[in-house]
Design a protein around this ligand. Structure first.
Ligand SMILES: Nc1ncnc2c1ncn2[C@@H]1O[C@H](COP(=O)(O)OP(=O)(O)OP(=O)(O)O)[C@@H](O)[C@H]1O
Ligand SMILES: O=c1ccn([C@@H]2O[C@H](COP(=O)(O)O)[C@@H](O)[C@H]2O)c(=O)[nH]1
Length: 238
């Protein structure tokens, strides 16, 4: 059998994708499917760090946050990602994966704080590390946290697992004529204002020469195909 294309990856899991077909929250079957995908690549010996979003619970820029102080709303959003991280780690435990949740904001009674050398140690021990609370700062997103943590842990690639199967010329959920790129440069994605990831995340990855692969977490087997270096999703490159 061929070898994985990567030894260490940063997997960004969409919070919204956790909802499955539900209107909000965590859909049990969906989280179990996602975790099974992660288990498959972890068993290949790939070191997996995860950043989980919070869009299924709360976004600082959502209508529900209207009228709120933006920073307060953003802290609520970050706390939402902690809930998702706990659910994810628990679901991993059920399938025999040892996961450690590390939070960017101090809530030590709940999860341990993010300490870079400790995260690296866990990865080397074969544990899955789930980074919670984004960057720990308001006015950012978990996509930027994925770029940041990916760079910090020297991941070879950021894998953005989302509900669409790649980067399109426009939002495919809104424009039926949008076409998918097989690959695209950071500069072009930024210049064209492609909204699949925020520009801060794109710029950080570009500056750190950290490629991003955007692919569907809904498509069975897609994560393993990406890890094996097969043709899947869209590569965003320098
Ligand atoms: N040019 C584009 N190509 C692909 N997707 C796009 C594009 N523009 C906008 N999108 C949208 O970007 C979304 C990215 O989804 P995703 O749920 O991962 O976002 P997110 O904000 O990172 O999620 P969460 O905050 O819940 O983690 C897709 O659902 C897609 O509809
Ligand atoms: O570094 C960060 C990360 C996230 N937030 C807030 O949390 C929500 C949820 O994150 P998503 O990336 O949208 O899933 C986000 O909308 C922000 O409100 C943050 O402030 N800082």
């Amino acid at each position: 059998m061929s070898k994985p294309a990567y030894q260490r990856v940063l997997l960004k899991l969409s919070g919204e994708a956790l909802m499955g077909d539900d209107p909000f929250g965590i859909n049990r079957a969906t989280i179990e499917r996602m975790v099974a995908d992660v288990a498959e690549v972890a068993k290949l010996g790939v070191q997996v760090a995860v950043v989980i979003g919070g869009g299924n619970i709360f976004r600082g820029v959502a209508p529900g946050a209207q009228g709120m102080d933006r920073a307060t709303a953003d802290y609520m959003g970050m706390l939402a990602t902690v809930m998702n991280a706990l659910a994810l780690a628990d679901a991993m435990r059920h399938v025999g994966i040892t996961a450690r949740v590390m939070s960017a904001i101090g809530i030590e009674q709940v999860v341990e704080p993010y300490v870079r050398p400790k995260a690296l140690q866990y990865l080397e021990e074969g544990k899955v590390v789930v980074f919670a609370a984004g960057t720990g700062n308001p006015f950012f997103t978990t996509d930027t946290a994925a770029a940041l943590r990916g760079a910090e842990i020297s991941a070879e690639i950021v894998l953005k697992a989302t509900k669409v199967d790649g980067v399109y010329s426009a939002d495919p959920k809104k424009d039926p004529h949008a076409t998918r790129y097989e690959n695209i440069s950071f500069d072009e994605a930024i210049a064209k204002h492609l909204q699949v990831m925020d520009a801060t995340a794109f710029a950080l990855c570009r500056d750190q020469k950290l490629p991003i692969k955007v692919f569907s977490i809904v498509k069975p087997g897609a994560l393993t195909r990406v890890i094996m270096g097969e043709d899947e999703g869209t590569l965003v490159h320098v």
